[in-house]
Design a protein around this ligand. Sequence first.
Ligand code: NI
Length: 155
Amino acid sequence: MAVRNIRQLGDAILTKKCREIKEMTPRIRELIADMKDTMYDANGVGLAAPQVGVLKRVVVIDVGEGPIVLLNPRMLESSGEQTGEEGCLSVPGKYGIVTRPMHVKIEAWDEDMERIVLEGEELLARAICHEMEHLDGHTYVEKAEDGLHDVEEEA
Ligand code: NI
C-alpha cells in the first residue's frame, strides 16, 4: 500500500494539462495502484493523476460499485442535467453546488490498454466529469455556482 501526498488547490500542477498514456508500463501500473490506495485512504470517490503530482491522463473512480480505471478518457455523449453538492480531495473541508450532465458516455482505455466504453448516471456521471476536468487543469471550484461552503456548516 502506497498512499501518495494529495496536492491542494493553489498548487500549480492542478492547473496543467496532462499527457496521454501511450503504453502500459510498470511505472504506470504502480501509479494506478497508488492512486486507488490514496483515494480509498482519503474516502474519496475519485482521483486524477495530477492530484498526486503526475501529469498523465489517468483517473480512478469508485462510487461504491468497485474501482474503475480510466486512461485517456474522452467524452462521447452527455445529456440531461443535475445540480448538487460536489467536493474534491484537493479542496478538503469544502463543497460547492455544481451543475453536471445527468448521463455521460465516454471511451477510455483500461489497465490492459483495451478500449472500453462506459456509461454513467447521477453520481458516476458527476465523478467522471469532475475527474476528466482535472486532466485539463480545471477544478470544480471554477464551476461552483455560489462559491465554496464549509462541510461543517452543513452537518
Ligand atoms: Ni477533484
